[in-house]
Design a protein around this ligand. Structure first.
Ligand code: CAA
Length: 455
């Protein structure tokens, strides 16, 4: 019999510092409205001097283990996805193992598998599918697998990407018969195109991005992935014919959110593609005018063309769109507006934000996940929210933790960004926390990172 596998719980780690978006705008001579309203970002999480993607991952994992009273011997895999790992050879997963053993005891996790997956912001979704498939196959030797998404989104100072930075880690607990979300493996769709929208050459700490082009790649790939997802629903008779609506089968959606406005672009593109075959479409066109020709739908140029952007923008203002957006997407962005981008973690933060801000009964609802990674690949998949979910989400303290952060000045932000602070010069000294202790300088350990749990 087919096993039910999925996400049993999740834990989020957000750095304790943030930069106010209005302050950044003023310092860069930009109208603050462009960042707060145009992009939808109010605050950006900034890691302290003792933090990196590895400490954030370990913090999320530690929180997940503590809140679920996990015994290390019950963990089969710790699988990390990141695009901002500090080492080109050693995976963060192994650093995380070492850090957790400082708390739980030496060699208590030496039995685990510990790979790292990289595919820009979609990496954690690939890692999750791998681990769930492994559990579903029965190959796992222990009950739990942990997948961690961890990233620091960082662009050059004064670049247009600077207003879309941020940082976070999310740890997902996976098992058979999960309490939170059961995965629907048969429907998953992919959309992959070898492209150059965003990348980070090995010698750089900041990403290189072609901003508007990257938006087009996101929309193009998402259309390919959601088409495949829909075809799979048709194949399994969940949608009765090609004429039925996909959006009606999804109760909530969590999109990759490099900035909240991007999710609005993505959801509008998704609905335009989904609704245009249905009777309601004529009524919509009567309100917003004719749709531009759909020739070139597989090209980025189509999605970044002025005509399509204008049409999408008009569509985003009508009541039918606003109602659907408010019901299925808006709650996922409440936390994201206060965090900024966090690459691999972002789509899972949107999921946590849904749970942290929704009031309706979500039992048995279908939650769609639309994940995108530059380079480029999109995954569209779904989960069914489980009856025990209410107990689980009570302990996701995302919004409370966001309200406890410390605001930093532009000066401190720039010093942290440029690595001018030593690891022991943190803005907030680490307490009950993993910290980067020092970086090796001898011949045998040059560049090696030493981490420590600070009581
Ligand atoms: N008040 C209100 N709104 C304003 C405004 C003002 N004063 N000034 C501009 N705006 C609006 C614009 O009208 C626009 O909104 P609409 O699209 O709805 O019209 C919005 O603000 C953004 O303006 P621009 O498109 O002109 O912004 P930009 O080109 O300067 O920069 C960006 C935006 C391209 C996203 C840039 O920040 C960037 O390069 N970011 C990094 C790349 C990125 O995030 N890409 C996303 C897709 S790739 C991906 O998802 C992977 C990943 O994580 C990186």
């Amino acid at each position: 019999m087919k096993k039910k596998v999925g996400i049993d719980d999740l834990a989020v780690y957000i750095p304790k510092l943030y930069l106010d978006a209005e302050e950044l705008a003023k310092a860069r001579g930009i109208d603050p409205g462009k960042i707060t309203k145009g992009l939808g970002i109010e605050k950006m999480s900034i890691p302290d001097a003792h933090e990196d993607a590895a400490t954030m991952a370990a913090m999320a994992a530690l929180q997940l283990m503590k809140k679920n009273n996990l015994n290390p011997k019950d963990i089969d895999f710790i699988h990390v996805a990141t695009e901002t790992g500090p080492d080109a050879a050693k995976p963060i997963s192994c650093y995380v193992q070492g850090m957790l053993e400082q708390v739980y005891g030496e060699r208590c996790l030496d039995h685990i598998g510990a790979p790292e997956t990289k595919f820009a912001c979609v990496g954690a979704t690939y890692a999750l599918i791998d681990r769930l498939a492994y559990i579903a196959s029965g190959w796992n030797k222990r009950k739990y697998a942990i997948v961690i998404a961890t990233d620091i989104a960082k662009y050059d100072l004064y670049s247009s990407g600077e207003s879309t930075q941020g940082a976070a880690a999310v740890a997902l607990l996976l098992k058979e018969n999960p309490r939170l979300l059961a995965y629907e493996p048969e429907f998953t769709g992919f959309g992959t195109v070898d492209d150059r929208d965003f990348y980070r050459p090995i010698e750089r700490t900041t990403a290189v991005v072609d901003g508007q082009y990257s938006i087009g790649c996101y929309l193009r790939n998402m259309r390919i992935a959601t088409d495949m997802y829909k075809n799979n629903l048709i194949k399994f008779n969940i949608i009765k014919s090609d004429q039925e609506n996909l959006s009606d089968k999804l109760d909530l959606i969590s999109f990759h959110s490099p900035f909240p406005k991007m999710v609005q672009y993505a959801f509008a593109s998704f609905l335009i593609h989904d609704w245009r075959r249905f009777p309601r479409w004529d009524n919509i066109l009567s309100k917003i005018g004719p749709e531009p020709p759909r020739k070139g739908l597989t090209n980025v140029e189509f999605y970044v063309s002025k005509d399509y952007k204008r049409f999408r923008s008009r569509f985003s203002k009508i009541e039918e769109f606003r109602d659907e957006y408010n019901a299925k997407v808006a709650n996922s962005l409440i936390a994201l507006k206060l965090i900024g981008n966090s690459y691999t973690a972002s789509v899972w933060l949107c999921m946590a934000s849904h749970f942290g801000n929704g009031r309706d009964n979500l039992d048995d609802k279908r939650l769609g996940v639309c994940s995108y990674g530059s380079g480029s690949s999109a995954i569209a998949c779904s989960f069914i929210i489980q009856p025990e979910y209410k107990e689980v989400i009570k302990k996701i303290e995302l919004m409370r933790n966001l309200s406890r952060r410390k605001r930093i000045s532009m000066e401190v932000y720039e010093d942290l960004h440029e690595g001018r602070f030593k690891t022991d010069e943190s803005v907030i000294s680490p307490k009950k926390e993993f910290a980067l202790d020092y970086i090796g300088k001898e011949d045998k350990n040059v560049g090696y990172r030493y981490y420590k749990y600070i009581e």
